[in-house]
Design a protein around this ligand. Structure first.
Ligand SMILES: Nc1ncnc2c1ncn2[C@@H]1O[C@H](COP(=O)(O)OP(=O)(O)OP(=O)(O)O)[C@@H](O)[C@H]1O
Ligand SMILES: [Mg+2]
Length: 404
């Protein structure tokens, strides 16, 4: 059976991860190569220094290629951008045809109407995701084509990112001779890796807490209803420790990873324990107090982003934390206390028999990119350039026209 190759590159603030994989016609996945390289010198933002970023990306691709035994020609690429914005929009059209049957062209028209939003000239459309359709009184329709009715409505989730973020990332990867199969928002790819279908259906928020940013996505009824990015991540926790305890950043990072906890030392714990590293000595209690304060604040910011009605957040499956910072001891406990929601740490759901080194939260985005491709096997990249008021991206238009 013919196998289709898939490659994914996640350019993070602390590491770049490349995964090379393939699937057969039924979607069965084989992970063939994994390459991880430190994003050296990229402290606050993955693309802050493009030369360093290019070196790290190149190293991670070479490692994955060596393991897979073939060249990576193109890849799906994750993007996290604190300047991104998103909104839900809807469009309604009439079906004036005599038999009132919905055709592919009608679905396209409804999407065109839903996409008519003003996008500032410094932003680009990244995703236009149809969430559900309505036909007259019937709602929650996944695909209305072939059904009959008078009024067809569509609910969409629209994501835009800063044009410069997209340009810096894509230029950097293309300079390495790698084509881009698609750009995917970090939170959406992490969600692919760590959420179950039941959670998406019941309502869930996912927060990927990385080095520089926290990517958030909220799902209800099986589809995404909110995405956003906070400019806060593990870098800020480490920086607080370094400044608060007057120790070098590298020592603070080591202390955080080895001994840190999001919870304050309890009565049974020895808060007065002295920790040593890199020629410095600090108190365990001080370390935990600093981490606790920053993580509690971050959890409140995450909660603030989850859309809510007067009485509830509507995410009955709660909050799933992923990304490197979710390795922090006690983070799920603190999450439950701060948000009042069920909270768990999400690791990539990698099928049995595969590279178990990917079953860590920091690989949620990279593994999720592969899952994204599999889920959207037959759906083309919806991305298109936006300038002011414009209708559907040309590629999406041609997709719908070609299926007409
Ligand atoms: N065991 C641990 N305890 C606490 N923090 C940890 C641990 N392991 C990793 N981290 C933190 O996770 C962060 C890196 O996470 P991740 O690899 O998901 O980030 P990234 O994808 O490179 O960055 P970003 O998504 O912000 O661009 C770092 O700040 C690191 O300190
Ligand atoms: Mg990340």
């Amino acid at each position: 059976m013919k196998r289709n190759r898939i490659s994914a590159i996640d350019v993070g603030a602390t590491k770049v991860c490349t995964i090379m994989a393939d699937t057969n016609g039924t979607g069965a996945l084989r992970i063939l190569g994994v390459g991880v390289a430190e994003s050296q010198g990229i402290e606050k933002n993955a693309m802050a220094n493009t030369r360093n970023a290019a070196a790290a990306i190149s190293k991670s691709i070479s490692k994955a290629e060596k393991m897979a035994g073939y060249r990576c020609k193109s890849a799906y690429v994750g993007i996290s951008d604190p300047e991104m914005s998103s909104l839900n929009n809807h469009g309604v059209i009439s079906i004036s045809r005599e038999d009132q049957m919905v055709h592919i062209a009608d679905r396209k028209r409804a999407l065109e109407v839903a996409q008519s939003v003003e996008v500032p000239s410094d932003q680009e459309l990244l995703h236009l995701i149809p969430r559900s359709f309505t036909l007259d009184e019937q709602d929650n329709i996944k695909d209305p084509v072939g059904m009959t009715g008078f009024r067809l409505g569509v609910e969409t989730h629209i994501v835009t990112t800063a044009a410069t973020s997209v340009q810096n990332l894509t230029r950097c990867i293309r300079h390495l001779g790698i084509g881009i199969d698609g750009l995917v928002l970090g939170s959406l790819s992490s969600a692919e890796a760590v959420l179950t279908e039941d959670e998406r259906q019941d309502g869930v928020a996912v927060a990927d807490i990385g080095g520089a940013v926290t990517d958030i996505a909220v799902f209800k009824g099986g589809s995404v209803c909110h995405t956003s990015t906070l400019p806060v991540g593990g870098y800020h926790i480490t920086n607080d420790i370094a400044v608060g305890l007057s120790i070098p950043f590298g020592v603070a990072e080591e202390m955080k990873r080895k001994h840190g906890s999001a919870l304050l030392p309890g009565e049974t714990d020895d808060g007065d324990l002295t920790l040593t590293g890199g020629g410095y000595a600090i108190l365990y209690r001080d370390l935990c107090e600093i981490i606790n304060a920053r993580v509690e604040e971050l959890l409140r910011l995450i909660l603030f982003r989850i859309p809510r009605t007067d009485s509830s957040y509507g995410v009955s499956s709660g909050l799933v934390l992923t990304g490197g910072c979710s390795n922090l001891a006690g983070i799920a406990d603190l999450g439950r206390r701060v948000t009042g929601l069920p909270v768990r740490v999400g690791t990539p759901i990698v099928p049995d028999g595969h590279d178990s080194s990917l079953r860590w939260p920091e690989y949620a985005t990279s593994f999720g990119l592969v899952c994204w491709k599999i889920r959207n096997q037959n759906v083309p990249d919806l991305r298109g350039q936006r300038e002011g008021w414009r209708i559907l991206p040309p590629r999406l238009l041609s997709y719908f026209s070609s299926r007409n």
